[in-house]
Design a protein around this ligand. Sequence first.
Ligand SMILES: [Ca+2]
Ligand SMILES: [Ca+2]
Ligand SMILES: [Ca+2]
Ligand SMILES: [Ca+2]
Length: 429
Amino acid sequence: MQRTINLHSPVALVGSIFFAVFATGSAEASGGKSAVAEAKVHAATPCPLLTGYGAVGDGAVRVATFNAFLNRPGEGDLLRELAGRDSPQVQAVSEIIQRVRPDILLLNEVDRDREGKAAELLQKNYLSVAQRHQQAIEYPYRYFASANTGVDSALDLDGDGRLGEPEDAYGYGAFPGQYGMLLLSRYPIETTGIRTFQNFLWKDMPGALIPVDYYPPEAQKQLRLSSKSHWDIPVNVDGEILHILAAHPTPPVFDGPEDRNGRRNHDEIRFWADYVRGENYFYDDQGRDGALEMGARFVILGDYNADPYDGDTRNNAIWQLLKHPDIAQDRPPGSDGARRDAESAGYVNVGHRGNPAYDTGDFNPKGSGNLRLDYVLPSKHGITPRCASVFWPAEGQEGWDLVGEGYPVISSDHHLVWMDLDIDSLPRE
Ligand SMILES: [Ca+2]
Ligand SMILES: [Ca+2]
Ligand SMILES: [Ca+2]
Ligand SMILES: [Ca+2]
């Protein structure tokens, strides 16, 4: 239906290169006719002419994050859908991945079944299958683990007198693993070094923003910080370790004046800020204490449900990362498609303070409007960021049929964000 544009090589190749340059270049020239001015923030370095999709070259590692909308209403629904090869939405998601060709990719909102079979089926029936005229892509390494979503707390967390609802789980969800996370990698994962923080208690973060007048004392003792999980996954890139720090903090909305979700979103983001700073309060699900080793190389990935300027976060929560002294991020990835989508959709987008070229989520213009929610944030240490972009083609550009106006959803309501990184050697102790 929507998937009608079929460009063949070499036209497709030229189109891809043109788009990569065009998208990042126009993000740099922000504003235009848009009502938003954010002149002080520069766009990410545009990709060099011959570094279009799938042509990283020169040993750079392409790292990406994508909230892929692979969540379904019922337990087992996604598995049934992935058992075939003909879901138009999963095909569109897979084509985007095949076009961008990340080496390391975090997917948010993938329902995790108890055996983690969805990851196998996604690889076998979609990513290993060439979508339209793209090349198949293989991820020999992956990490897919449990999340707090849908895990019942046995408490009435939303205080409505009913137990066992999605709102009463440790993370909002209708069944365990709904809206889970999946890491895919072409480089080996150092499995013995993986740390997860699914069970870390919110109260154990010093100065936690738990709304103490809202939650009864027994709930405060039991609440977990992470709405899904927080993962520290060491990936071995040709002998150099890159820590992938993955999370998906709760949206700061769907709450009341106590702002319980806004407070949790803030602290879920704070978790990484403190972790890379070397604070000492952490303990993981594997029984080890402590923060990230000082001087380690890392990239923070995921949908953080927090725009730097707009939306409903508490105390502009994402600035805990965007202004962090150990994180290299002053040039956001952008796209021409995001800028033009905000212009054509209008409504609340017109009043947004953030540069629309940096938005990654395409939402109801009469609701939240488009927001920048998805992040690839590398450490200053041991990494040189090269170029970056958001897969959001504008109308008329190649690939627009994979994203469209945003509603109805063709691939996802979020867009894939990617960045090419040079891995620099670290001094050996
Ligand atoms: Ca309830
Ligand atoms: Ca709120
Ligand atoms: Ca916006
Ligand atoms: Ca839209």
